[in-house]
Design a protein around this ligand. Structure first.
Ligand code: ZN
Length: 652
């Protein structure tokens, strides 16, 4: 049995949900107020038998322990796994003594960074020296005191040793302050020939301090902006430290992650203060890179929350010069401090490799995102909605203000854009953009793929969806936990599909012929099963690799042991496809049946409860009626399932 099963077997959904929801025993189930939507009477049910929860109200959604913490915390599966493993006392990571030492040291450095953030916050809010900075934030940047508090903004006062003295007095060593990037070191040689002299001093002086946290909200470092316009550089960050890696962190992600999941969209802006302002305006799905070009690592991190990513570029970064220099590649303009240098080719590669959907939104009137949301929040919304695919953005930027009737202009634009299109790994996409470019330039598509377009298409490396989960996080299988009947059937279906992904097409067809819905991830009650099913579906939707090769490559390591045990559990395979198909069909009917039957039970109970409570007669009558309607609907589905299975049996 896998570690996942081990975790599931050690945790009780009633305890877990009970930590946040007041549950009342009701027959063999528990009920309570749904934690995910606002309600006055309970429509949220927890089933200890099935170890599931379900909201029959507004959410109309349910799942297992994993789904519950993922939804509650806005976490992905891996994070939920880590959390629940710790809770269950299952060790995911085995630390060597050396790793443990390193971990402890990191904890101490994080503690120092937390205290530093508090120190700067105090300087901003409670000292005379911090007043000009506070005034700047409130009046110039139009931030509210609440926002300043939320993002923990601070001020580093003038002087070379404010922080140094403060933290020395608190018992931190100079080396620790160096390791967090709080102080800088200069080696000085005295002209007298005395030994080298090491001088340490506060790195941040007379700057607005922006604490930078990782996606889990842990302190990693600071961004710092000048207050005095003559100071240089305008922005600086903590140096690279064991905790702070510019290419890996996205500013604001700890606060944005939930909103990104909800909106299924992430927006990348240029600066920290843009993130804060846009967040304050009510758009919380915003992050920014760290003053360097956007890396694939950052995009990969973001993609864990949504694959739909919009780059909100200021006109400088989005404009023709940027597009052209991006296409000519290499030449990086050092005079610009923008983080979002637009490099179409690089971005398209990331997009393909990560199977993300990258789009570009251009800010109008030479305004920054923070100025736009302050002027008109609705405009921000519509700008993001109108974001365009990268290739289209390049096309339109190159054409802006030029005469598209001019043959020379046409061929120039074609020469710039065609290589980008031919570079795309997906043939369908290539064809779509070729047509789009042809229409745009009003030329025949064949003319585009002729002369100026470089040689034959080379086969691109296969895109791989792969979450970076180090192997050691999944320990060897543990003792066998109890397995429910539906879990067994789900495992059997998945095992068959993993072995023969292509059968899913035939299964879908068979289901539809029987007037039933196609197979969906929601047919599975367990989050890990749902994830594996989605991968099977994806393996059929892509054409870069054979389905089973794709599956092998795309399986996250956290799920790999489960996938292996599912495959092993299938046993000897019936050589006749038709019989496998019948087997699958029966399995699907069974799990759907079990789920419907359970829902009907729970709904009946809710219905009774609504009828019994007398304090809100009219509202409860309505609730009872709506539950009754849902029971009827579920029963109708159940009947349909039974009929389908009977017909199937009859045909045999
Ligand atoms: Zn709900």
């Amino acid at each position: 049995m896998t570690q996942l099963d081990e975790i599931k077997s050690r945790l009780d959904i009633v305890d877990l949900v009970g930590e946040t929801v007041k549950l009342r025993r009701a027959g063999k189930n528990y009920s309570g107020l749904c934690p995910f939507h606002n309600e006055k009477t309970p429509s949220f049910i927890v089933s200890p038998d099935r170890q599931t929860w379900h909201c029959f109200g507004q959410c109309s959604e349910g799942g297992d322990v994993f789904k519950f913490v993922m939804k509650k915390e806005g976490w992905d599966f891996k994070e939920a796994l880590r959390y629940l493993a710790a809770k269950a006392g299952v060790t995911l990571e085995a630390y060597t003594p050396q790793q443990q030492e390193e971990k402890d040291a990191h904890e101490r450095l994080r503690g120092l960074l937390e205290e530093t953030a508090a120190f700067y916050r105090h300087q901003l809010l409670q000292t005379e020296a911090g007043k000009p900075a506070l005034t700047y934030l409130l009046e110039k940047r139009k931030l509210t005191p609440q926002t300043i508090e939320t993002f923990g903004l601070g001020y580093a006062p003038q002087g070379w040793d404010n922080a140094l003295k403060h933290f020395t007095a608190k018992g931190f060593t100079e080396q620790e302050m160096i390791d967090t990037g709080l102080v800088s070191v200069r080696e000085e040689k005295r002209d007298t020939g005395t030994p080298e002299h090491r001088k340490t001093f506060d790195r941040f002086r007379q700057r607005i301090m922006i604490p930078i946290r990782d996606e889990q909200g842990r302190m990693t470092g600071f961004g710092a902006r000048i207050l005095n316009p003559d100071d240089f550089p305008k922005f600086m960050n903590s140096p690279e430290t064991p905790l702070f890696s510019k290419s890996r962190i996205l500013y604001g992600l700890d606060r944005a992650r939930k909103a990104i999941r909800l909106a299924d969209q992430a927006v990348i802006v240029e600066g920290y203060l843009d993130v804060i302002a846009v967040h304050q305006a009510g758009f919380e799905n915003v992050v920014s890179p760290m003053g360097t070009a956007l890396t694939e690592e950052q995009l990969r991190l973001l993609k864990r929350f949504s694959r739909r990513i919009v780059l909100a570029l200021d006109p400088d970064a989005a404009g023709q010069k940027a597009v052209l220099s991006g296409l000519e590649a290499a030449r990086q303009s050092l005079d610009r401090e923008t983080e979002l240098r637009f490099d179409a080719r690089g971005l398209l590669r990331h997009e393909a490799r990560l199977q993300a959907d990258l789009r570009v939104a251009t800010m109008p009137d030479a305004l920054d995102p923070d100025e736009i949301v302050q002027r008109d929040p609705a405009q921000w919304k519509s700008l993001i909605e109108k974001a365009q695919p990268i290739v289209v953005h390049v096309m339109e930027t190159l054409a802006a203000g030029r005469d598209l009737e001019d043959a020379k202009v046409k061929s120039e634009i074609a020469a710039q854009v065609s290589p980008l299109i031919e570079d795309l790994p997906n043939p369908v996409e290539r064809e779509t953009y070729r047509q789009r470019l042809a229409r745009f330039l009003k030329v025949d598509e064949r003319a585009l793929s002729g002369g100026q377009v470089p040689g034959p298409r080379t086969r691109r490396p296969r895109p791989r969806v792969r979450e970076n989960i180090p192997a050691q996080e999944v320990a060897p299988p543990a003792a066998a936990p109890p397995v429910t009947a539906s879990q067994k059937i789900e495992a059997h279906i998945l095992g068959l599909l993993l072995l023969r992904p292509g059968l899913l097409f035939r299964l879908d067809r068979a289901l539809q012929e029987a007037a039933l819905a196609r197979m969906a991830a929601e047919d599975f009650g367990y989050t890990d099963h749902q994830m594996i099913f989605r991968l099977v579906r994806q393996s059929l939707d892509q054409d870069a690799a054979d389905a089973d090769r794709y599956l092998a490559g795309a399986m996250p390591e956290a799920l790999a042991p489960l996938a292996a045990s599912l495959l092993a559990g299938v046993g000897k395979l019936d050589p006749v496809d038709d019989r496998l198909l019948e087997d699958l069909f029966r399995g699907v009917v069974k799990i759907r049946r079990a789920m419907l039957a359970e829902s009907i039970n729970q709904l009946r109970f809710l219905q009774e409860e609504a009828q019994q409570t007398g304090d809100l007669p009219s509202g409860d009558d309505m609730r009872a009626a709506s539950y009754r309607a849902m029971v009827q609907q579920h029963s109708a589905f159940l009947l349909l399932l039974d009929q389908a299975q009977m017909k199937k049996n009859g045909r045999r």
